[in-house]
Design a protein. Structure first.
Length: 246
C-alpha cells in the first residue's frame, strides 16, 4: 500500500510499537510526525529525535515533535507544529500508553489515574486535535492501539485493560460520527504479546511463552493497511494484527 502524499501523526512513537509503526508508515511514503515526551534518553531507550533520524536516514520524511498526551496545550502545539511543517494531517496512530497489570485491590490510586490519563484521556486529546485537520483533507484514518486484554475478563481486572476498553468504545462510536466526513476510525491491537521496552518495564514479571510473542512488524504492517482506509473502506472495527487480511 502506498501512502505517498499523506501525513501521519504517531503519538507514543519514541520506542516500541509506535517507533516501528512510524518507520513503516514512512516506508509506505507518508511524512511522519514522531510524537512523544521522550526528547532525551530516560529510564527506557529511545527518543523522538533518534526515531526521526532513523526514518530520515532510510530515505523517509519525519519530524520529531515533543508531545505530552495528558496535556491539551502540549497536544495542540504538537499538532500545530506538524501542520505547519507538512501542511496537514491525514492519519493518526494513537499509540501512547502506560502499562499497569496489578490487581485492583493493590493498585495505587496514582497508577489507576495515570493509566486513565495517558491511555484514555490521551487518546481523546490527540483525536480531538487532529479531527479538524483530517476533515480538511477530505478524509483519512484514525487508529487507536488497544489490547486483546480487553476481552480477557476471565483473567481478572486491571487499570490497563479498563483504560483500553474505554478507548475501544470511544472509537467505535466515533466511527459513526465521522463517517460523513469520510474518516475511517478503527482500533488495532496485537494478536499476541509484543515485548516492547514498556512491557519489559511494566509487565509485572510475567513470563511469556515464545509462541505467544508477536514481532512488532505485525502491528506495523496492520497499521499501514488501516492508515490507507477511509470511510468507504474498513471503519468502526476492532482489529487484531495477525488476524487482519491485507
Amino acid at each position: 500500500m502506498t501512502l505517498h502524499g499523506k501525513v501521519a501523526f504517531v503519538a507514543g512513537a519514541s520506542r516500541g510499537i509506535g517507533a516501528t509503526v512510524a518507520a513503516a508508515l514512512a516506508r509506505a511514503g507518508a511524512s511522519v510526525a514522531v510524537a512523544a515526551r521522550s526528547e532525551q534518553e530516560g529510564k527506557l531507550p529511545g527518543t523522538i529525535g533518534s526515531v526521526a533520524q532513523g526514518i530520515s536516514a532510510a530515505g523517509g520524511r519525519a519530524l520529531p515533535v515533543a508531545c505530552d498526551v495528558t496535556s491539551e496545550e502540549s497536544v495542540n502545539a504538537a499538532v500545530a507544529e506538524t501542520v505547519a511543517e507538512f501542511g496537514g494531517i491525514d492519519i493518526l496512530v494513537a499509540n501512547a500508553g502506560v502499562l499497569w497489570l496489578g490487581p485492583i485491590e493493590t493498585t495505587p490510586l496514582k497508577r489507576w489515574q495515570l493509566c486513565l490519563d495517558v491511555n484514555t484521556t490521551g487518546v481523546f486529546l490527540v483525536t480531538k486535535a487532529v479531527i479538524p485537520h483530517v476533515r480538511a483533507r477530505g478524509g483519512g484514518s484514525l487508529i487507536a492501539v488497544t489490547t486483546t486484554g480487553v476481552n480477557m475478563t476471565d483473567h481478572g481486572a486491571n487499570a490497563y485493560w479498563v483504560s483500553k476498553a474505554a478507548v475501544e468504545r470511544l472509537y467505535l462510536g466515533l466511527a459513526a460520527d465521522l463517517k460523513p466526513d469520510n474518516i475511517a476510525v478503527n482500533c488495532l491491537s496485537p494478536s499476541r504479546v509484543v515485548l516492547t521496552e514498556g512491557w519489559q518495564a511494566g509487565g509485572a514479571g510475567m513470563q511469556i511463552p515464545p509462541e505467544m510473542v508477536e514481532p512488532p512488524e505485525a502491528m506495523a504492517d496492520a497499521a499501514v493497511f488501516l492508515a490507507g482506509q477511509d470511510a468507504s473502506g474498513i471503519t468502526g472495527t476492532i482489529q487484531r494484527s495477525e488476524a487482519l487480511t491485507f
